[in-house]
Write a protein that binds this ligand. Structure first.
Ligand code: ATP
Length: 350
């Protein structure tokens, strides 16, 4: 296992700044997801860690040791690429054995290790098949087993599940997480899917434009997003323009709302900001109470397990989500009262 540290990392390609001064600490044995939109620098950061790219500035340390002069193949890394890069002319077992063969590991040791790995990823039954005779999920597992063959101290995966359909993808997310927990190996995965990151990660690293915006456990990011970009990228969020008023209050749609102590600290009094309210923290009712905001129901989406209701308020749309059991008795076009669970809102700069 390995702890990983990046210090002031920069990577440019001509005029393009792919990584723009990034510093991070990934503790030993954790599952880290690099999450962000296309082109934000996730793959570049992973390749810097792997040693497949050289930083323009900054350095990377494994367990406190500077890796600047350590080539990729000596970093003890197992890597799974988006393309999987499996060998079509070899069988499943031969693919998994390949990294051991090129390291000239003795035949009997190699066979034992391959058996162990095929057990681990549940591929024993198809060990003699060629890659084109496998399902997408099985191919994924071959790539994972092959990357683990060298007993890496660090496991890196670039969008490993992106080629799979939605159901299989969710299944593999859980499998990958359970496998990582069993092995305890420090793992860094690139994804642009926030649900995938929330499912697997101990630590979610949200990136945009070559920078890390926030690195924290998924639930902390969900409840305390660092800014409006993070709030909207992780789960659905209603982002409402507001102004910090006196004390622990904000002014929103011409009304004052008290927010939890300490949650307003990022914005000074009189300044504009954004209030992030999660849809499950928005309540609707058919009457407009004294302390409610007033809106009109625009659309109701009944998804079976949950009900999503969009409401127009002062030219903005607010989303409310409830379980079918708690569905408010409101209909499309109806005037409704809206309240927020203010103990769970987050205030952030615009
Ligand atoms: P995606 O989710 O689409 O794979 P990403 O977040 O992984 O994107 P990167 O592939 O790291 O993003 O790219 C970051 C930026 O660096 C992009 O603007 C990309 O075009 C640029 N870039 C990456 N590699 C190179 C390269 N070899 N030469 C020039 N520009 C590059």
């Amino acid at each position: 296992m390995t702890s990983l540290r990046g210090e002031g990392l920069v990577r440019t390609y001509g005029g393009v700044v792919a990584i723009d001064g990034v510093t991070f600490d990934f503790p030993d044995g954790r599952f880290v997801c690099l999450l962000g939109p296309s082109g934000c620098g996730k793959t570049t950061l992973l390749r810097l860690i792997a040693g497949l790219e050289v930083p323009t500035a900054g350095r990377i340390l494994f367990d406190g040791v500077d890796l600047s002069s350590v080539p990729a193949h000596d970093r003890g890394i197992g890597m799974v690429f988006q393309s999987l890069a499996l060998f079509p002319h070899l069988t499943v077992a031969e693919n998994v054995a390949y990294p051991l063969r090129i390291r000239r590991i003795a035949r009997t040791t190699c066979k034992m290790r391959v058996d162990e790995l095929l057990d681990l990823v549940k591929l024993h039954d198809v060990r003699d098949r060629r890659i084109h005779q496998l399902s997408g999920g099985q191919r994924q597992r071959v790539a994972i087993a092959r990357a683990l063959a060298i007993e890496p101290t660090l496991f890196l995966l670039d969008e490993p599940l992106s080629a799979l359909d939605a159901l299989l993808r969710e299944h593999m997310q859980v499998e990958l997480r359970l496998l990582q927990q069993r092995l305890g190996i420090t793992t860094v995965v690139v994804t642009h899917d926030q649900r995938e990151a929330m499912t697997m990660a101990d630590l979610v690293v949200v990136m945009n434009r070559g920078c890390i915006l926030q690195a924290a456990p998924p639930i902390e990011i969900y409840h305390n997003p660092a800014n409006s970009f993070v709030a909207s990228f992780i789960g659905a969020a209603n982002l409402l323009e507001c102004r910090r008023a006196k004390g622990e209050t904000v002014e929103i749609f011409g009304r004052r709302v008290t927010i939890p102590e300490g949650r307003a600290s990022g914005i000074s009094v009189g300044k504009d900001g954004m209030l992030a309210v999660r849809p499950e923290d928005v309540s609707l009712k058919p009457t407009v109470g004294e302390n409610d905001f007033e809106g009109v129901v625009e659309f109701i989406r009944d998804l079976g397990a949950s009900v999503e209701i969009s409401v127009a308020v002062h030219g903005q749309t607010i989303l409310s989500v409830s379980t079918p059991k708690d569905r408010p008795p409101v209909e499309t076009g109806q005037r409704v009262g809206i309240s927020f669970n203010t103990s769970r809102v987050a205030l952030m700069p615009q």
